[in-house]
Design a protein around this ligand. Structure first.
Ligand SMILES: [Zn+2]
Length: 273
């Protein structure tokens, strides 16, 4: 008779072996599957070296980490593109570089002008900033002059709505006001045609792409993780979230790798924030 302890040991041994095989096959599958034709859109918020609120720490990528991340992207052969360039390529009017990437910044903090922009320029890169129009000129947020100067220096300005309320929580009339008025206000104040939107808290539903189309937006970014292709719905673009790194550049590399792995496996992550 085999003692109970022995049977238990065998079960654990078999399970461990099975798990090991699964990990091995999984890694092999990911390694052998060709790199998807998708490209990442990185989701940043703050790039600040100064004092910030404790609840903002998680969204702040300190300038030295940010510089390291851009240097890595450059070494890896990525070329930053704007979302307008993506749309032009989608319509056959532009050929994208071999490894395109989009850098996006939500909420419109003043550090985007004072700390992020000089680093972006140092690397000759591009970025898109999504502005909450009712915050423009408020303490710690970008002003109209800063926004216009950023645009002049190659930054694409998009809308993050007028009040940063999740659009899914609003009535149809209020939703329309949020997307239409924020766009109009920026264009009245000397910002080029605003054609891209970032959903507050990443919240969207089936009706929002149509509303954005009616209001002459061409693209919108969500908080869902993954890569994008020419086939991705341009109003439901996926992003790779880049919060404050706890493990430096390794964490950044892992986040990019994870998005690629999810794209290969066809797994998308829906994230409400
Ligand atoms: Zn936001």
């Amino acid at each position: 008779m085999v003692p109970v302890k022995g049977i238990f040991g065998k079960i654990v041994g078999t399970l461990t072996a099975l798990l090991g095989l699964m990990v091995l096959f999984g890694a092999g599958y990911l390694y052998l599957t060709p790199t998807p034709q998708g490209f990442p859109i990185l989701e940043y918020h703050m790039v600040c070296s100064g004092e910030i609120e404790p609840e903002e720490t998680a969204y702040n990528v300190p300038p030295e980490d940010f510089r390291e991340e851009l240097a890595y992207l450059q070494r890896e052969g990525y070329t930053t593109i704007s979302l307008l360039e993506y749309m032009k390529a989608k319509r056959g009017k532009l050929t994208l570089p071999e490894k395109p990437i989009v850098l996006t910044f939500d909420d419109g903090y003043a550090d985007n002008y004072y700390e992020m922009l000089p680093i972006i320029e140092e690397y000759g890169m591009k970025a898109t900033v999504y502005m909450v129009t009712n915050n423009i000129g408020q303490p710690r947020y970008l002003t109209w002059d800063e926004l216009r100067d950023m645009q002049r220096r190659g930054i694409e300005i998009g809308s993050h709505t007028a009040n940063h309320i999740p659009l899914t929580a609003l009535s149809p009339e209020d939703r329309r006001d949020e997307v239409y008025l924020s766009k109009l206000l920026m264009e009245w104040n000397g910002i080029d045609t605003v054609f891209s939107l970032s959903y507050p808290n990443g919240a969207y539903d089936d009706t929002l792409p149509e509303l954005l189309k009616e209001n002459e937006y061409l693209t919108a970014v969500t908080g869902d993780g993954g890569l994008n292709t020419m086939e991705t719905n341009p109003y439901l673009l996926q992003r790779v979230n880049i919060p404050c790194p706890h493990f430096g550049l390794t964490e950044f590399k892992f986040r990019l790798w994870k998005a690629e792995a999810m794209a290969k496996l066809g797994i998308w992550q829906h994230r409400e924030r």
